[in-house]
Design a protein around this ligand. Structure first.
Ligand SMILES: Cc1ncc(COP(=O)(O)O)c(C=O)c1O
Length: 391
């Protein structure tokens, strides 16, 4: 068991080898408990009827696809309205991170570079470059004062890090706060990286929750030095498929294609065939994102309001984060009071050391289950707060 659960910065040491993905050491055993009220899932929980979508073709899933299916990149290039040569498919966004790092450094003549990674984050973002012996330094997105509005960047600190780095890795819709960049920060990041010859790798797995809104702005649109990574995992509820994609400039995409063939070989036939039948239906998942948001969020707001918990709600996405009152420790809360009422959430310190009192809560489950989960969350909060205030 890891002693700490947050993402590890720095570089791989010969002593301890590859750093652990600590949050999985914490999370997997709790998922195995099958708690009935799961508010920890940061991806949509929508059940596709694959049999109905695929009909008889379901029996062909294990057959070879080459020569039978159209170029599988076309689904992504059409949906995003980009040239097909800019698209590289891969086995999920997590693999996309490794491929993007390799592609971004393909023409760099140094063996090891410094890479700035935004924190808080999903641990594989910061730990992937360490597999290749690169050094990773931290740039932070900061909680807003008074807990209201965007999480912002400290431009001075980011500038110093960018000047030392070859790559900047970011998660525009931040995990765990759910907040996207302030327009001014996004514009500054893109411009400053361009001026300093830094390639941006943006993990955009949550971005499609904004697709129907005017502010939808993937990084690949912002310059040849920007790489976007996305997948069917989160917004489209198909993590099991391991279907992801990278969109980059034609030159970087060509390097990414070579890196994918080196690291991943080929996409699997079942993955491509299922994706082929799902792509025309992806709007259904976006309808569900909207429905869950409209139905679930009012219930959550009401409970948090009851306890006077300040709730900085992101305007899009599937999850947000709040600070527990009275200094309650999030890991203890989840393992005691939440467990007692069958509720699972994720503690903030899975994403950044120091977010010990923060909880990530997702509204990604269907409304009837969400309603029951929130009733139990209320009971758990009531118990934890009463115990803390009676001490
Ligand atoms: C920011 C981020 N990127 C990527 C992933 C995983 O994506 P995939 O399943 O496509 O590898 C996660 C999962 O939690 C995530 O939070």
């Amino acid at each position: 068991m890891a002693e700490s659960y947050w993402p590890v910065f720095g570089s791989k040491s010969s002593e301890s080898g590859i750093p652990r993905i600590g949050y999985l050491d914490w999370y997997v055993p709790r998922l195995e408990e099958n708690r009935p009220h799961n508010l920890s899932l940061n991806g949509m929980q929508y059940e596709w009827d694959i049999k109905d979508l695929m009909k008889e073709s379901i029996f062909e899933i294990a057959n070879h696809h080459i020569g039978t299916l159209k170029d599988p990149r076309i689904n992504v290039s059409t949906r995003e309205n980009v040239d097909v040569e800019r698209v590289v498919l891969c086995h999920g966004a997590t693999q996309g991170l490794h491929i993007a790092v390799c592609a971004a450094l393909a023409n760099n003549n140094q063996n090891n570079v410094t890479i700035a990674v935004e924190s808080p984050c999903y641990a594989p973002i910061v730990q992937s470059p360490q597999l290749f012996n690169h050094e990773v330094i931290k740039v932070r997105r900061l909680q807003p004062k008074e807990n209201f509005g965007h999480w912002r960047i400290d431009k001075q600190q980011w500038l110093e890090a960018i000047k030392k780095s070859a790559i900047l890795m970011i998660t525009p819709i931040l995990n765990p706060s759910g907040w996207d960049y302030h327009d001014d920060d996004r514009e500054w990041i893109v411009r400053t990286c361009k001026e300093n010859d830094v390639i941006i790798i943006a993990d955009e797995v949550y971005l499609d929750s904004k697709r129907r809104h005017s502010e939808y702005l993937p990084f690949y649109e912002l310059g040849d030095h920007c790489i976007s990574i996305n997948s069917l995992t989160k917004v489209y509820s198909l993590g099991t498929l391991r279907y992801g994609w990278i969109i980059a400039s034609p030159d970087i995409a060509e390097q990414a294609r070579r890196a994918f063939r080196t690291l991943g070989g080929m996409m699997g036939s079942p993955t491509l065939r299922i994706a082929e039948s799902v792509f025309p239906e992806l709007e259904t998942a976006l309808d569900k994102v909207q429905e869950y948001r409209e139905k679930n969020l009012p219930l959550l707001r009401k409970v948090l309001e009851k306890f006077n918990i300040s709730w900085n709600e992101p305007s899009h996405g599937l999850f947000g984060a709040f600070r527990l009152p009275h200094g309650i420790n999030a890991m203890d809360f989840i393992d005691r009071e939440c467990k007692q009422y069958g509720v699972l959430l994720v503690p903030g310190n899975m994403f950044e050391k120091g977010l010990d009192e923060w909880i990530r809560v997702a509204w990604s489950i269907e409304p009837l289950s969400f309603e029951k989960a929130v009733i139990n969350l209320e009971k758990a909060l009531f118990l934890a707060i009463s115990q803390k205030t009676s001490q």
